[in-house]
Design a protein around this ligand. Structure first.
Ligand code: PLP
Length: 390
């Protein structure tokens, strides 16, 4: 008898399965509008179920002449690419951690300290007292997915009787992550299909009706897949209600900078919660805003009561990482820390992030105009309303 005869093929991942099908298709004319084009497809074409919209999307995308992966000049194109690497190498001789690049040594279990420090500044603010007071327990993570999974495992290990509230809809992998961490899931109202906007009253009702002290997964900005974010005023109300109910907010921030073009503006929701005195958790990803998809560069942070607690929490996060992947990858972390710690490179990065966001906003506008020109009797307002294009 076979050992593995009972193992059935797993269902295809709804997103990554598109790439598999793309790779398997021998057609020379194939076009992949799946995961690699995420910054175009998910954010532009949430309602892509309509073939009319897809037609509009395609003609609009082609008219922009840009059916290509969004690649940051800064990170991947000559000559800036060389520039970043020269900077990394120049520093290699001076800094112990960067020297790792040359001898291919392991990073520590918690990852690159410099990359974590820079990530914390992006999430909590350049001059954050939480950072100064060392209240943040943070580790480098395997991009946004790894950060979410590490947090879910931590939640399961130390708060096993809690559950996670996940918005409807959400990025499909959120469900898999908390399922595999063996934590019960509940959903909360988010999207309002009729208005193609936020169902704010439904969301507030669900926050109020959840048992006190519940864990909520919140998209910090550019909600995937809807592109619908609460306004600043609505975030304040949400934060207030979380305070009343003593809920824990876990922010998944996979698109910092993509919503408005300004990473500081896109982190507003987290800052509101911090002002209100919440302890937050935060998953950061550099896949989209630095175009580092395959480098798996991310960060998980948990705000603690004090430094002692942060040391304990960080040690436990590392403990979770050790039997899973031992230590995170080096290369992407070096790219991130080099760019963010160098004022000149950071300015270039901010310019490119703005360029990408403006391009998405421009594509949305063009798509809406194309659809209207084609004589569509439907309202396409939501295309430009989503992802805060103001
Ligand atoms: N969270 C959300 C909402 C996402 O849309 C994605 C990617 O699509 C991720 C997390 C994780 O991305 P990565 O693991 O590539 O950083």
């Amino acid at each position: 008898a076979s050992w593995f005869g009972h193992v059935e093929p797993a269902p295809k991942d709804p997103i990554l399965g598109v790439t598999e099908a793309f790779l398997a298709d021998p057609s020379p004319d194939k076009v992949n509008v799946g995961v690699v084009r995420l910054s175009l497809s998910l954010h532009l074409a949430y309602h892509a179920v309509s073939s009319l919209l897809i037609a509009g999307f395609l003609s609009c995308a082609f008219s922009f002449g840009s059916f290509v992966v969004v690649v940051l000049m800064l990170v991947c194109a000559y000559p800036s690419f060389i520039y970043v690497y020269i900077r990394i190498r120049m520093r290699s001789s001076h800094h112990l951690e960067d020297g790792i690049l040359q001898n291919r040594e392991y990073l520590p279990m918690g990852g690159s300290v410099k990359m974590i420090d820079e990530s914390l500044k992006l999430a909590y603010g350049e001059d954050s007292d939480f950072i100064k007071d060392k209240r943040t327990a943070a580790v480098q993570a395997l991009s946004g997915t790894g950060a979410c999974r590490l947090f879910a495992d931590f939640q399961k290990r130390f708060l096993p009787d809690t559950q996670i509230y996940i918005p409807t809809p959400t990025w499909a992998n959120h469900h898999n992550i908390w399922r595999d961490a063996h934590l019960p899931q509940r959903t909360f109202t988010y999207y309002h299909p009729e208005s193609r906007g936020l169902d704010f009253s439904g969301l507030m009702d669900d926050i109020k009706n959840a048992p006190d002290g519940s864990f909520f997964l919140l998209h910090a900005c550019a909600h995937n897949p809807t592109g619908v974010d609460p306004s600043e005023e609505q975030w304040r109300e949400i934060s207030h209600q979380f305070k009343v109910k003593k809920h824990f907010p876990f922010f998944d921030m996979a698109y910092q900078g993509f919503a408005s073009g300004d990473p500081e503006r896109d982190v507003k929701a987290i800052r509101i919660f911090l002002e209100d005195g919440h302890q937050v958790g935060c998953a950061q990803s550099y896949a989209k805003n630095m175009g580092l998809y395959g480098q798996r560069a991310g960060c998980l942070s948990v705000l603690c009561d004090d430094e002692m607690q942060a040391v304990a929490v960080k040690s436990q996060l590392q403990q979770l990482a050790r039997p899973m992947y031992s230590n995170p990858p080096l290369h992407g972390a070096l790219i991130v820390s080099t760019i963010l710690s160098d004022p000149e490179l950071k300015t270039l990065w901010l310019k490119e992030v703005k360029g990408m966001a403006d391009r998405i906003i421009g594509m949305r506008k063009a798509l809406k105009e194309n659809l209207e020109e084609l004589g569509s009797p439907l309202s396409w307002e939501h295309i430009t309303n989503q992802v805060n294009p103001q």
